[in-house]
Design a protein around this ligand. Structure first.
Ligand code: BES
Ligand code: ZN
Ligand code: ZN
Length: 496
C-alpha cells in the first residue's frame, strides 16, 4: 500500500473516497468541513441539522457521488470533542477509515486533514494508523478470491509550504508502522512454524537487511555462559533455545548518553510445563513471544531512524514444554548471575528467561534496561486489555518513558514495586523463589523477581500480557497481535 502526500485542492482530488473528520460541537460544520459543505452545495449542513452528522467519536457518514467534488464518495468520521483532540485520535481515525472503506471494496482514498492539522506529527500519525490498520492475519488462508486491498492513500490538506513537514512525518510513520507490522507478523505465527531456531533466523535476516550487528547464541553458547535459568525452561523441550543479540551503534554517539538495553521475552509456546495450563484457550500461548518480537521490531525501526544512542537488544527464546527432561516444581536452578532460584511453578517461566537476559544485557554494557514480556495473567486482572503495566526502579527514567507513551498514543499505567513487596519472592531453600507463597499481587511478584537481576541499573518492566493481543477486532485494528509498546520505545530512544 502506497501512502503519499497530495497538495492539490480537495475538490480536484480524483479518488474513490475523500475522507475527513468532524468534531463534536454545536455547529459541526466549521472550518474545512464548511468548505466541503460549500463545495457539496450545503449537504453537510443539512445532515448536521437532521442529526445525522454529529461528530461523535467514530460516527461514520458515507455520501456517494457528492456534488462539487471529483471524488466518488465523501466519507466523514466523527472525531469527538475538539478539546480532546490529539494525534492519537487522528491515528485511530485514519485506521478506522481505512478498515471501513476496505471492507466496502474501495481501493484508494484521500484523507483530508482539518485546518491547523497539516503538521509532521499528523502525517506521521496518519501513516502509522493507516498502515497498522491495513495489516490482516489471513496469511494461512488459501482462498483469497474475495480479498480486498487498499492500493493508495493520499494525505491531503497540506500546502506547498507544508509539504516538507508532511513528507517527513509520512516517512517516519511508514518506518514505525512497518516495524510494528513486522513484529505483529512474528507474533501471529503459530508455534509449529515459529520455533526459537526459526525466530533466531528471522531476527538474523532482519538485522542483516537493516544493517544491524547480530549474534545468535545457540544452546552450547548459552550453556557456556551458564544461563541456568533460561536453560531450566528449555530442558523440557526437544527444540533448542536461542538468544538473539542485535546491536545498533550510532555513527555520531551523543557524549554521556546511556546505552539502552532492550530485553524481550520470547517463549514461542507456553504450555506451562509440568505446572501445565488448562486446555481451554491454551492456543493463545503462541503469542508468549510478543515481547521479543516487539523489541526486534524496535531495532528494525531504529536502524532506519538512526538515533544518537547505542541500543543493545537481547531476546531469550525457548518453548515451555512438559517433556521427559522438564524441570519439576521444587527444582533449584542457578541463574547466570549466580543467584539460586527455587522453581515453585514451572509456568512462571518468563521471569526465568528474563533473569538471565537482563544480566547478560548489563554484561554487554547496557546502562539502562527495559524489558517487555507477556508475563502474567494478573496484569490482565489489574488493567484488563486497556493499559500496559509499567514497573520502574528509577522514577525519573520511568517518567521519561511514560511521557513517550503519551506522545506515541499507547496507554500505559505505572504499578508499584517498592521494597514492601520484596518478601513475596524471598526464598526458603534458595535465594529466591519464582512465585509468591501468598495470594495477590501476581504482576508485581513477577516484576520483583526480574528486579533481583537488575542491581543498581535503572530498569523498566512492561507487562504486555493483556495488551499484546486483541481478542476482538477494533474499528482501527484487526483481531490478533497489536505490536503494543513499539511506538513508545522508538519515541523514547529518539528522545535522547
Ligand atoms: N505467559 C504467561 C502469562 C500470560 C497470561 C500471557 C495470559 C498472556 C496471557 C506466563 O508465563 C504465566 O503463565 N504466568 C503465570 C504465573 C503464575 C504461575 C505465577 C500466570 O500468570 O498465571
Ligand atoms: Zn507461563
Ligand atoms: Zn509465559
Amino acid at each position: 500500500m502506497q501512502i503519499t502526500l497530495a497538495t492539490q485542492p480537495f475538490a480536484a482530488l480524483e479518488t474513490e473516497a475523500l475522507v475527513s473528520y468532524v468534531f463534536e460541537e454545536t455547529d459541526a460544520v466549521q472550518g474545512r468541513i464548511a468548505e466541503l459543505d460549500q463545495a457539496a452545495a450545503g449537504l453537510l449542513r443539512k445532515l448536521a441539522k437532521s442529526g445525522e452528522l454529529t461528530g461523535k467519536m467514530l460516527e461514520f457518514t458515507l455520501i456517494h457521488a457528492p456534488a462539487g467534488l471529483k471524488a466518488a464518495r465523501l466519507f466523514l468520521v466523527g472525531a469527538g470533542k475538539r478539546e480532546q483532540w490529539n494525534s492519537a485520535v487522528l491515528r485511530k481515525l485514519a485506521g478506522a477509515a481505512l478498515r471501513y472503506l476496505k471492507a466496502r471494496s474501495v481501493k484508494n482514498f484521500a484523507l483530508l486533514v482539518r485546518e491547523g492539522n497539516a503538521t509532521e506529527e499528523s502525517a506521521q500519525a496518519i501513516a502509522e494508523g493507516a498502515l497498522a490498520a491495513n495489516f490482516e492475519t489471513d496469511k494461512y488462508k488459501t482462498d483469497k478470491k474475495n480479498d480486498k486491498n487498499i492500493d493508495t492513500v493520499l494525505v491531503a490538506g497540506f500546502s506547498d509550504a507544508e509539504r516538507a513537514a508532511g513528507e517527513k512525518g509520512l516517512s517516519k510513520g511508514r518506518i514505525i508502522a512497518d516495524a510494528q507490522n513486522f513484529a505483529r507478523d512474528l507474533i501471529n505465527e503459530p508455534s509449529n512454524k515459529l520455533t526459537p531456531r526459526v525466530l533466531a533466523e528471522k531476527a538474523e535476516a532482519m538485522a542483516k537487511e537493516a544493517g544491524l550487528a547480530v549474534q545468535i547464541l545457540d544452546e552450547k553458547k548459552i550453556a557456556d555462559l551458564k544461563m541456568g535459568a533460561l536453560l531450566s525452561v528449555a530442558q523440557g523441550s526437544v527444540e533448542p533455545p536461542r538468544v538473539m543479540v542485535v546491536t545498533y551503534t550510532p555513527s555520531n554517539p551523543k557524549p554521556g548518553a546511556p546505552v539502552i538495553g532492550l530485553i524481550g521475552k520470547a517463549v514461542t509456546f507456553d504450555t506451562g510445563g509440568i505446572s501445565i495450563k488448562p486446555a481451554d484457550g491454551m492456543e493463545k500461548m503462541k503469542y508468549d513471544m510478543a515481547g521479543g518480537a516487539t523489541m526486534l521490531g524496535v531495532m528494525r525501526a531504529l536502524a532506519a531512524l538512526k538515533p544518537s544512542v547505542k541500543v543493545i537488544c537481547v531476546v531469550p527464546s525457548t518453548e515451555n514444554m512438559p517433556g521427559g527432561k522438564a524441570q519439576k516444581p521444587g527444582d533449584i536452578q542457578t541463574a547466570m548471575s549466580g543467584k539460586t532460584i527455587e522453581v515453585l511453578n514451572t509456568d512462571a517461566e518468563g521471569r526465568l528467561l528474563l533473569a538471565d537476559a537482563v544480566h547478560y544485557a548489563k554484561q554487554l554494557g547496557a546502562t539502562q534496561l527495559i524489558d517487555a514480556a507477556t508475563l502474567t495473567g494478573a496484569i490482565v486482572v489489574a488493567l484488563a486489555n486497556v493499559n500496559v503495566g509499567v514497573f520502574g526502579s528509577d522514577q525519573s527514567f520511568t517518567d521519561k518513558f511514560l511521557a513517550s507513551s503519551k506522545a506515541a498514543g499507547e496507554k500505559m499505567w505505572q504499578m508499584p514495586i517498592d521494597d514492601d513487596y520484596r518478601d513475596f519472592i524471598k526464598g526458603t531453600v534458595a535465594d529466591i523463589q519464582n512465585i509468591s507463597s501468598g495470594k495477590g499481587g501476581g504482576a508485581i511478584t513477577g516484576a520483583m523477581f526480574i528486579k533481583e537481576f537488575t542491581g543498581d541499573t535503572p530498569w523498566i518492566h512492561l507487562d504486555i500480557a493483556g495488551t499484546a493481543w486483541n481478542d476482538d477486532a477494533k474499528p482501527w485494528l484487526a483481531k490478533g497481535p497489536t505490536g503494543v509498546a513499539l511506538r513508545t520505545l522508538v519515541h523514547l530512544v529518539l528522545s535522547y
